[in-house]
Every structure is written in C-alpha cells, then in structure tokens.
Design a protein around this ligand. Structure first.
Ligand code: ADP
Ligand code: MG
Length: 260
C-alpha cells in the first residue's frame, strides 16, 4: 500500500509546493518510488519539474472531472522513480464542478483506491484554500503535512486547518493524522524563535522536529527545473529536506504503515 500524504495549508507562499517537490526527491534518493499529484491550478509543482502545463494533455482535471483513470494521467519527470500527475489552469474548474457530484469529497480517494500503485509514497500538493480540492486530498490522505511559517498570521490560519481536519475525521477518514512543518525559518529572527516555541508548546509532537530554514538556493533550483536535492545536494535546504524524509520514514514505521 502506498502512503498518501497531503501537503496543505490555506495560506499561500508557505512552501507547500517546495516541500512536496523536495520531500518527494529526498524519498526517491533513499531508493523509494514516489508519485506527485499537482492539485493546484497554478501548476507550480508541474512547472518546477520543467513541465509546460499549457501543453499537458491528461492531467488531474481529466481524472477528477472526466473520470479518466488516474494512472492514465501519470507522466515521468525525467528523475527516475519520480512520477507526476500534472495540473493545468483548468484545475480551477474542479472547485466549481466537482461539488455537483454526489459524494464529491471521495472522488480522489476512490480513484486512488481503484489502482494497485507501485509507489511507496503519493504526495499531493494542494492549492492555497480549503475547498473541494483540498477536501478531496484530505479524504484520501493517511498524513497531512502543514507547512507553516513562524509568524502570527500563519499560526492563526492553522485554526481553520484544524477545523477541517476534525471535519474530515468525522466524515469519512477517521485515520487522518497531521504534522506541522516549520518552513522559511530564520534563526536570527526573534519572532520566529518565540513563535516556534509557542507552536511546540501548543501542538507538542504535532510539530515535526525538522525545521526548514530560509535558503535562497531553493529559488534557483526551481528556476533550474530540478529539486534542490539534485540541484544543490549539499545546501542547507537539501540537508533539511533529507532530514524531513527520514523523520517521515520513522513516523511511518511507528504508525505501522510500511511502504509498499
Ligand atoms: P506555496 O506552494 O505554499 O505557495 P512555494 O513552495 O511556492 O509556496 O514557496 C513560495 C516561495 O518561497 C517560492 O518562491 C519558493 O521558491 C520560496 N521558498 C520556499 N521555501 C523556501 C526556503 N526554505 N527558503 C527560501 N525560499 C523558499
Ligand atoms: Mg504552491
């Protein structure tokens, strides 16, 4: 069984896409097979892998709105063992048309369940709002990773994420667990230090030990169309995303969900 991970937060710019890509690459580097699902109409994840979303034929939209089997929309990224179902601008239509279907919250979970995947992990990059798409991702997920900055408004935004997690647990995915991931962290910033301490005091083990610090090489790597792990393997961000992969692997072992 694949381990299905949603990377979501209703705030934009908190490193959801960067985390999906970098964690995926770090897992692949350990010898695992990973599928990425780009669920955002902005298609940043697809673009970061050099995929021109305007030229994509089959995509997440084909699967969610046109009932194309998900496996038929999978494409290779050029990085061995890392595949993706890309997004297109039409992904915006999902928010409007998916809710017309009955039990629309389960569409993605069902299309994932309809295939026997070879992947150890399936990572889903969610859009920056809590609509039909994010709901579908959370219904399908074993684990939610919430990238968050150590700033007041980011921490405030977690409230609505938490409310959604509770709703998803009662409405069809009782096993859903979550972990917060501190991103874009600046050690020299006193507010960041205070806020991260508060987060740990409030959420305890709900906060991952790994912290992703600000690293400008991440911007360069997305321009280069390569995950940081492969673009600049020795930079701080590469090391920290590798540490995140290890922490997730330990977590998965402890919760007894062995990779495929
Ligand atoms: P989201 O998907 O949540 O909107 P992104 O992953 O697109 O966020 O990140 C937003 C911006 O911040 C991007 O330009 C990205 O390259 C940059 N970024 C992400 N993480 C870091 C980091 N650790 N250090 C520096 N820049 C980062
Ligand atoms: Mg994004």
């Amino acid at each position: 069984m694949s381990i299905i991970v949603a990377i979501a937060n209703e705030k934009g710019g908190v490193a959801k896409t960067t985390t999906t890509l970098s964690l995926g690459a770090a897992l692949v580097e350990t010898g695992l097979e990973v599928l990425l699902l780009d669920l955002d109409a902005q298609a940043n994840l697809s673009m970061a892998l050099g995929i021109d979303s305007a030229k994509v034929g089959k995509s997440m939209v084909s699967s969610l709105l046109e009932s194309l089997p998900l496996q038929d929309a999978v494409i290779e990224t050029g990085i061995p063992n890392l595949d993706i179902v890309p997004s297109t601008a039409e992904m915006g239509l999902v928010e409007r048309y998916l809710p017309i279907r009955s039990q629309y919250e389960q569409v993605l979970a069902q299309s994932l369940a309809a295939n026997h995947w070879k992947y150890d992990f399936i990572l889903m990059d969610c859009p920056p709002f809590l609509g039909a798409t994010t709901t579908n991702a959370l219904m399908a997920a074993n684990l939610l990773i919430m990238p968050t900055q150590a700033e007041f408004f980011s921490i405030n935004a977690l409230r609505s994420m938490m409310a959604l997690v509770r709703k998803i647990r009662t409405q069809g995915n009782p096993q859903l667990t979550y972990r917060l991931l501190l991103t874009l962290y600046d050690r020299r910033n006193r507010i960041h230090r205070t806020m991260s301490e508060q987060l740990r005091a409030t959420f305890g083990i709900g906060v991952l030990d790994t912290i992703i610090e600000v690293d400008t090489r991440l911007r360069e790597s997305s321009i280069a169309g390569l995950p940081i792990i492969f673009h600049s393997p020795k930079t701080r961000a590469a090391l920290q995303y590798r540490a995140l992969a290890q922490e997730i692997l330990v977590y998965v072992k402890e919760t007894d969900r062995q990779p495929a």
